[in-house]
Design a protein around this ligand. Structure first.
Ligand code: NAP
Length: 484
C-alpha cells in the first residue's frame, strides 16, 4: 500500500455484516488493485449466499426498531455521519483515488457531493407528510407514508461513495434498513463509509456492506422475500437481469442505468460556454460517468470554430496517476474498459472518422483524450456508451435533424444543448426525450434535483424530495364514523 491515511482505521479489509466486521466463512477473498499501477491494494472477503442471508435477517431485526424511531433521531444520525465524512475528506479521497483512479481533486469533490446526500435527507426525514381526506360525513381517510422496509442496494465503481449515499441516506431517513453490495472493484470506499456510520451511532444491523462476487450475493438479494426494494446503479444489461430476478418476489425497484448522452451546440450558442460545458461533461472521471456527453452534435456554422477551441483545450489535458496534482485524466478502471475505447476509436476511423490533434495513445490503463470529427450514426461510438475520454463530433445543419439524432437511442438519461435563442431553448428542451436536460451547462447532478432516466436508462429518481418517496409506501387508513 503506498498511501498514508491520517486515520488508518478507515481502511478495512473485512466485510461489515450485521454490525460486525468479519472475514468470510468461505475462507475465500478477492484482491483489489490500483488501476494506475496495477498493484494490489489489499483483499476483501468473498461473502457467501448464507452470509448475505444473515445480513438480511439482521437488517430485518434492526428495521423493526428503526421504523419506530423519531424523525429527529434519524436526522441526527445522518447529520453526525455527514460531519464525519467532511472531517475525513482527505482520507476518503485518498482511498477513492487509490482504488478507482480518479484525480484526488475530483475524489475530494465526490466526498463533498456524497456527504451532501446525508445532509439533504437528514432534513427530508423531518418532512415526511401524509394527507387527511373527508370524503363523506361518515368517513375519514388518512394517507400515511410508511417505510418500505428492508432494502438492498447494488452500486458501481465509477462513483464509489456518491452512488451509495444517494441510496442509503433516503433509506435510513425513511425508516428503512439496507444491505449494500458495492462493486468488487471499489469496496474500500464503501467500507470506510461504514466505519464512519458506525462511529456516528448506526444501530447494529441497520446497514451491512457485503463484499464479494456479484453472482454469489446478487441472487440472494433478489430472491429474498424479506427485501422489499432493490435500488441499483449500473449497466442496463445487469439492471434488466435484476428486474427479471426480482419478479418472483415483486420488489419495488429503482434502476439508475446506462446513458448515451447527446450534447448539441447550435450556431447561436456562446462559443466559450459551449466549449467549457462540453469539457466538463465529457472528461470528468476520464469519461467514465453515466451522464458524460457521448455524442456531440455541432451545427455547421459554428462547427470549425468549436472544434478549434475544443482541440486547444483537449491538448492541455494531462494524463497520469490521480495522486499527481497536475493530472486531469486518470486511468480507466480495467483492461476491458481500455479495450472498449480502443475498439470504438478504431471502428470510427475505419468508417471515415478523423482525429483532430493527437491520436489515441494507450499505456497500461492510461488512455489519452481524443477528439474525433466527421462522426456518423453508423459508428459504434454513436450507438454505445464509450465510457472513456473520447469526444466524437457530428456535424448537422437543421435543428430537427439534431433533435431526431439525439433521441435516436434506447437510452434516456442525460442530454445537453447550447443556444442563446429563447424559443429554441424551450422547443428543444421539451423535445429531448431524456430524464435530465442541461441548457447552457455541462452538469445535471445536484443533491436537490431529481436524478434519473427514461427508456432503458431506468426507473425512479434519486436525490431531491422524490429520492425519499422511493423508500416510502402509501397506506390509506379508512376510519368509519357511525352517525351519533
Ligand atoms: P455493472 O457491471 O452493471 O455493475 C454495477 C454493479 O452491479 C456492481 O456492483 C457489480 O458488481 C454488480 N453486478 C454485476 N453483475 C451482477 C449480477 N449478475 N447480479 C448482481 N449484481 C451484479 O456496471 P458498471 O460497469 O460497474 O458501471 C457502469 C455502468 O453504470 C454504466 O452503464 C453507467 O452508465 C452506469 N451508471 C449509471 C448511473 C446512473 O445514475 N444512471 C450512475 C453511474 C453508473 P461487481 O462490480 O462486483 O461485478
Amino acid at each position: 500500500m503506498t498511501f498514508s491515511l491520517n486515520d488508518p482505521d478507515l481502511f478495512r479489509q473485512t466485510a461489515f455484516l450485521g454490525g460486525d466486521w468479519k472475514t468470510s466463512t468461505s475462507g475465500k477473498s478477492l484482491t483489489v488493485d490500483n488501476p494506475s499501477t496495477g498493484e494490489v491494494i489489499g483483499t476483501i472477503p468473498a461473502c457467501t449466499a448464507e452470509e448475505t442471508g444473515a445480513a438480511i435477517e439482521s437488517a430485518q431485526v434492526a428495521q423493526a426498531k428503526w421504523r419506530r424511531s423519531s424523525s429527529a433521531e434519524r436526522a441526527a444520525l445522518l447529520m453526525a455521519w455527514y460531519q464525519l465524512m467532511l472531517d475525513h475528506t482527505e482520507d476518503l479521497a485518498q482511498i477513492m483515488t487509490m482504488e478507482q483512479g480518479k484525480p484526488l481533486v475530483e475524489a475530494k469533490g465526490e466526498v463533498t457531493y456524497a456527504a451532501s446526500f446525508l445532509k439533504w435527507f437528514a432534513a427530508e426525514a423531518e418532512h415526511v407528510q401524509g394527507e387527511a381526506l373527508v370524503p363523506t360525513p361518515d368517513r375519514r381517510v388518512i394517507i400515511l407514508k410508511e417505510p418500505v422496509g428492508v432494502t438492498a442496494a447494488i452500486t458501481p465503481w465509477n462513483f464509489p461513495l456518491a452512488m451509495i449515499t444517494r441510496k442509503c441516506a433516503p433509506a435510513l431517513a425513511a425508516g428503512c434498513s439496507m444491505v449494500l453490495k458495492p462493486s468488487e472493484l471499489t469496496p474500500y470506499s464503501a467500507l470506510a463509509l461504514a466505519v464512519l456510520a458506525e462511529r456516528a451511532g448506526l444501530p447494529k444491523g441497520l446497514l451491512s456492506v457485503v463484499t464479494g462476487y456479484a453472482q454469489d450475493i446478487g441472487p440472494t438479494l433478489t430472491a429474498s422475500p424479506i427485501i422489499r426494494k432493490l435500488s441499483f446503479t449500473g449497466s442496463t444489461k445487469v439492471g434488466s437481469l435484476l428486474m427479471r430476478q426480482s419478479a418472483d418476489t415483486v420488489k419495488k425497484l429503482s434502476l439508475e442505468l446506462g446513458g448515451n448522452a447527446p450534447l448539441i451546440v447550435f450556431d447561436d450558442a456562446d462559443l466559450s460556454v459551449a466549449v467549457s460545458g462540453t469539457m466538463m461533461s465529457k472528461f470528468r472521471n476520464a469519461g467514465q460517468t453515466c451522464v458524460c456527453a457521448n455524442r456531440v452534435y455541432v451545427q455547421s456554422g459554428i462547427h470549425d470554430a468549436f472544434l478549434d477551441r475544443l482541440a486547444a483545450k483537449v491538448a492541455r489535458l494531462n494524463i497520469g496517476d490521480g495522486f499527481d496534482p497536475q493530472v486531469q485524466i486518470g486511468p480507466l478502471i480495467n483492461d476491458a474498459a481500455v479495450a472498449k475505447v480502443k475498439e470504438h476509436v478504431e471502428d470510427a476511423l475505419a468508417k471515415g472518422g478523423r482525429v483532430i490533434g493527437k491520436p489515441l495513445e494507450i499505456r497500461g490503463r492510461f488512455v489519452s483524450p481524443v477528439l474525433l470529427a466527421d462522426v456518423t450514426a453508423e459508428m459504434k461510438i454513436a450507438q454505445e456508451e464509450t465510457f472513456g475520454p473520447i469526444l466524437p463530433v457530428f456535424r448537422f445543419e437543421y435543428e430537427n435533424d439534431a433533435v431526431e439524432q439525439a433521441n435516436a437511442t434506447p437510452f434516456g438519461l442525460a442530454s445537453y444543448f447550447f443556444t442563446n435563442d429563447i424559443s429554441r431553448a424551450w422547443r428543444v428542451g421539451e423535445a429531448l426525450d431524456f430524464g435530465m436536460v442541461g441548457l447552457n451547462t455541462g452538469s445535471v447532478s445536484m443533491v436537490s434535483a431529481p436524478f434519473g432516466g427514461v427508456k432503458q436508462s431506468g426507473l425512479g429518481r434519486e436525490g431531491g424530495s422524490l429520492g425519499l418517496e422511493e423508500f416510502l409506501e402509501v397506506k390509506s387508513f379508512h376510519i368509519g364514523l357511525p352517525a351519533a
